[in-house]
Design a protein. Structure first.
Ligand SMILES: CC(C)(COP(=O)(O)OP(=O)(O)OC[C@H]1O[C@@H](n2cnc3c(N)ncnc32)[C@H](O)[C@@H]1OP(=O)(O)O)[C@@H](O)C(=O)NCCC(=O)NCCS
Length: 184
């Protein structure tokens, strides 16, 4: 049988706008749950998603100047991943840095270069903004994401405690220094 476009990994990444807030919220909640079920407290996950992955939260990010990219299947254009970059709120952040607040892909689509396409979009944006570094916070128990970030040149710079639905978890803060474009 010929594989469908989705089975072959048929997806595309595009810049997201305010009308995509519902899609970002849906993918955000779905990926947060499938990533952290069994790792973090269940009630804390539910409370966290209700507050941080609601449509209004993503509308507010975008209205506040954040940039986002949405990955959609070629077939049916269903949302399957996104990345979101905004002003940093992290220990170790310096003026001129930006933060990768979210990078999520649904697990069915892992290992097909989708995470790379999203992080490349975020890094290109950060360089275009002449940011000094791209920062992010990641749960210390999230081995897959930690390995992914290390492969993409992120190094540890600080630690923080991160509130998930009223419970506190240890995060690693990572940074990738950005080379400036030629001529700047
Ligand atoms: C971290 C995350 C975004 C990575 O996304 P991903 O889609 O799995 O990433 P990629 O497919 O680009 O890379 C994973 C591997 O697939 C490989 N790969 C397979 N097919 C590929 C293709 N066609 N093109 C490029 N890379 C491909 C990559 O090279 C990489 O392999 P490596 O270990 O040899 O480097 C994703 O795992 C995720 O969303 N996890 C859950 C949520 C999460 O933890 N987010 C971070 C919170 S801080």
């Amino acid at each position: 049988m010929t594989p469908s476009a989705t089975e072959r990994g048929g997806w595309a990444v595009r810049r997201a706008g305010p009308d995509d807030a519902a899609a970002l919220a849906l993918v955000g909640g779905a990926t947060f749950l499938e990533t952290f079920a069994g790792l973090l407290d269940g009630a804390a996950i539910v409370a966290h998603c209700a507050r941080e992955h609601k449509e209004a939260a993503y509308r507010a990010y975008l209205a506040g100047g954040a940039a986002a990219w949405l990955a959609e299947t070629d077939e049916g254009r269903a949302p399957i991943g996104f990345a979101l970059v905004a002003q940093p709120a992290l220990p170790g952040a310096q003026p001129g840095d930006l933060e990768l607040k979210r990078i999520y892909t649904l697990s069915r689509f892992h290992g097909r270069g989708l995470g790379k396409a999203l992080i490349d979009a975020a890094l290109t944006h950060a360089r275009d903004q002449a940011a000094a570094r791209l920062l992010l916070g990641v749960y210390k128990g999230n081995d897959r994401a930690l390995a992914f970030y290390a492969r993409h040149g992120f190094v540890p710079i600080a630690e923080r405690m991160f509130d998930v639905g009223g419970k506190s978890y240890a995060d690693q803060v990572l940074a990738k220094p950005l080379e400036r474009h030629h001529g700047r």
